[in-house]
Design a protein around this ligand. Structure first.
Ligand SMILES: [Zn+2]
Length: 459
């Protein structure tokens, strides 16, 4: 029997009704109350500790992903919002199988290195893959080679994330092509496999996984991500001995699609119960990771938004939903199904915000909306200054809320300090000890404050 952290709500404030309307609270005062409440509470932080300890490696298609969804429903049930439910979804079904092995074979030395298979990728088979190595700095360098130079070799994509770029998300975007399309391109050139430098700016021994494009076995090749420290070693040894070989064995499988669940909790609006504001994150994590920053933290912040509204006794006019999307990492089944169900039920979504950039110190918001809406939201920015939340810019919302855009929903993403996010991202290093409680709670408060303003004034 698992022990749940019970979320206690102060009913004394809740039964007082809309005290904020009756007592002419200023927005400044309400927002101060939101931040004070967030910083005085421990539940989201403890719940994240529980989630990461008891449900690590929770890919949507894994049993622990489904157990995590049921547990999340339970903690929201305990909080007693108006509705809590699981929403059935279909997801791609990729399983890693046994842990991967790899080694650099350099003359008489066999040097073990840390690798992991890529999501949706194919396996090597029992005998593994061994070949000489061609190192390239990204997909353009591979395109410049002839098929004769590549045939039968292992392509080593060693493009590093550019640490000179101020925003690591930009650096990630620039280097991610080698992981996403690299294996298929390598297949086109007749390679036997690919080894891809992990997408992180830190030099360490954690392989960082991620998806690659799904393809039939004759259109792609077995591929692994290699830890940056070992990528540097391979590159150095290759310069000394271009004849060395690389061996790796992976055991992953692409199976038939399977069922998983989004988890949804809702406070029903007093004036517009059929109009929705969504705050969410994704509950699934990679299967080599506890998924603390990506994105257990964003999920616990989203639940915290509901808790804060209840705790301070604010009754929203619109329905507020905390949505723990499932399957962001592999096939985005959760976000797609949520949006299609919203359309089918004619649920008008007036705003959606996602926290999926790590739960470090909040610094602002990015908005995927028309200019008029962005200008309106920007006019509230002075209310956030006391909390050092200063960036209000046009940009992305989030992968999971993205499909709502087709229905005209304005989207936003919580921006947080990105400096160390990719040290942890998609690896075993994404652990609870890297979570700062105050930063996480401030992020939840920032989203609560923005939702409060949108609920009150509309968009
Ligand atoms: Zn994520």
């Amino acid at each position: 029997m698992k022990q749940f952290f019970i979320i206690l709500i102060s009913f004394s404030t809740f039964i007082s009704g809309c005290k904020y309307q009756k007592n002419n609270y200023t927005d400044q005062e309400v927002i101060q109350e939101i931040f004070t409440e967030a910083l005085s509470n421990n539940e989201a932080y403890q719940n994240l500790k529980y989630l990461t300890s008891n449900f690590p490696k929770r890919l949507a298609c894994y049993p622990q992903g489904i157990e995590a969804a049921k547990w999340t429903k339970q903690i929201m049930d305990n909080m007693q919002p108006d509705t809590v439910f699981l929403q059935e979804i279909q997801v791609m079904n990729w399983k890693r199988g046994n842990i991967e092995i790899a080694e650099i074979k350099n003359k008489k030395d066999k040097i073990p290195v840390n690798v992991c298979a890529l999501g949706r990728g194919i396996a090597t088979g029992d005998s593994g893959v061994e070949a000489k190595v061609v190192e390239v700095n990204g997909i353009d360098e591979l395109k410049a080679l002839s098929k004769d130079q590549v045939r039968g070799k292992i392509i080593f994509f060693n493009q590093a994330m550019d640490s000179n770029l101020e925003n690591p998300f930009q650096a990630y975007g620039k280097a991610a092509g080698q992981r996403f399309v690299g294996p298929m391109l390598a297949a086109e050139y007749g390679a036997k496999g690919t080894v891809i430098r992990s997408l992180t700016t830190s030099i360490d021994t954690f392989p960082h996984t991620g998806t690659t494009q799904k393809a039939p076995a004759d259109k792609t090749v077995p591929s692994v991500a290699i830890a940056t420290q070992h990528a540097d070693l391979l590159s150095k040894l290759l310069k000394q001995n271009p004849e060395l070989t690389f061996y790796f064995k992976t055991n992953c499988k692409n199976l038939l699609d399977t069922t998983s669940y989004n988890t949804i909790g809702e406070i029903t609006g007093t004036e517009y119960p059929d109009q929705y504001i969504v705050v969410g994150g994704h509950l699934d994590s990679w299967d080599n990771s506890p998924g603390a920053h990506d994105d257990g933290g964003g999920c616990m912040q989203s639940i915290e938004v509901l808790r804060i509204f209840k705790a301070i006794g604010y009754q929203p006019k619109h329905s507020i939903r905390a949505v723990m999307f499932m399957d962001e990492e592999i096939s985005q089944g959760g976000g797609k199904t949520y949006a299609s169900e919203a359309k089918r039920k004619a649920e008008k979504h007036i705003f959606a915000i996602e926290s999926d950039r790590g739960v470090t110190k909040p610094i602002g918001f990015s908005f995927d909306a028309n200019d008029e809406i962005i200008e309106k939201i920007k006019s509230w920015n002075t209310l956030f200054k006391p909390y050092n939340i200063e960036i209000f810019e046009k940009g992305g919302g989030g992968v999971d809320i993205g499909p709502l855009k087709q229905q005209g929903t304005p989207l936003a993403g919580l921006l947080t300090n990105p400096t160390h996010y990719f040290d942890w991202h998609h690896s075993a290093n994404d652990t609870f000890n890297h979570i700062d409680k105050e930063d996480m709670q401030n992020g939840a408060a920032a989203m609560t404050a923005l939702i409060y303003l949108i609920d009150k004034y509309g968009l």
